[in-house]
Ligand binder design. Structure first.
Ligand SMILES: O=C(O)CCC(=O)C(=O)O
Ligand SMILES: [Fe+2]
Length: 249
């Protein structure tokens, strides 16, 4: 079983040599494992537990109450089982979640002790879809082909992996991590924070597209127009959505 690397994040990051070295080790961990863990201190762990308790309380509410919890402004809110389209098909999030990548920059998540999350690490020579292109969906990608890493539930950590915007901006040097959730016999709760740029932000590749991903420059306008579609939302420092999920086995 893959033992994921765990990082301890300093209180402040100012670009010191130690900060840069930490960042390089994180990049290496993503390039090898597709995911890493960040240790949380006592206060942070208590906050995570409080969020899980709030999530459990929320999911126990009647369907009509939950259905009212949506925001037209941020495109966030409750999605009843079977209503969300993830990976090109209805996402029965209370049953299982098929292989997919997330479209933002970073995914920071916590899961309870039930487990069920699998991620696909980078595989030498393997072609990965660019999910932002209309004809390259990562839906169901390598769903039933090894390798998939079981993300063992570990107390007092958050898991972190790149999303599609990171793959786009790094020209594929950091891949958006495919992940899926398998059915379990117990109810499972997970909290996911999707860190995404401002809806008005225009994501551009960090590197010249000479070699690895020659289509990145051309994709910039596509990415911008996708952002423009959402420009009804007000500017904010960082748009983010938080999802709480559970399924009943
Ligand atoms: O339940 C999980 O751990 C992952 C959820 C997920 O992949 C998503 O909401 O996009
Ligand atoms: Fe996801």
């Amino acid at each position: 079983m893959t033992v994921l690397q765990t990082f301890h994040i300093p209180d402040t990051v100012t670009g010191t040599a130690a900060d840069i070295e930490l960042a390089q080790r994180m990049v290496q961990a993503w390039r090898r494992d597709g995911i890493f863990q960040v240790a949380t201190d006592d206060i942070q762990s208590r906050k995570t537990e409080t969020a899980f308790e709030a999530s459990r309380r929320f999911f126990r509410l009647p369907m009509q109450v939950k259905a009212g919890c949506v925001s037209d402004l941020s495109y966030t809110g409750y999605i009843a089982s079977g209503e969300e389209i993830t990976a090109g098909e209805a996402d029965y999030s209370e049953i299982y979640i098929g292989a997919h990548t997330d479209y933002g920059l970073l995914v920071i998540a916590a899961q309870d002790d039930v487990g069920g999350l699998y991620i696909r690490p980078p595989v030498e020579g393997e072609t990965r879809k660019r999910n932002w292109l209309p004809d390259e969906s990562s839906a169901g990608m390598y769903e039933n082909e090894a390798p998939w890493t079981f993300v063992k539930p570990v107390p007092n950590v958050l898991t972190v992996f790149p999303g599609d915007i990171m793959q786009f901006m790094t020209g594929g040097r950091l891949l958006s991590t495919p992940h899926k959730v398998r059915l379990n016999t117990r109810e499972r709760f997970a909290l996911a924070y999707f860190h995404e740029p401002n809806f008005q932000a225009c994501a551009r590749p960090l590197f010249e597209p000479q070699s690895r991903d020659t289509s990145t420059t051309a994709l910039t306008s596509r990415t911008c127009s996708r952002a423009a579609i959402r420009s009804a939302s007000p500017p904010c420092a960082s748009s983010a959505r938080i999802a709480g999920r559970c399924w009943r086995g």
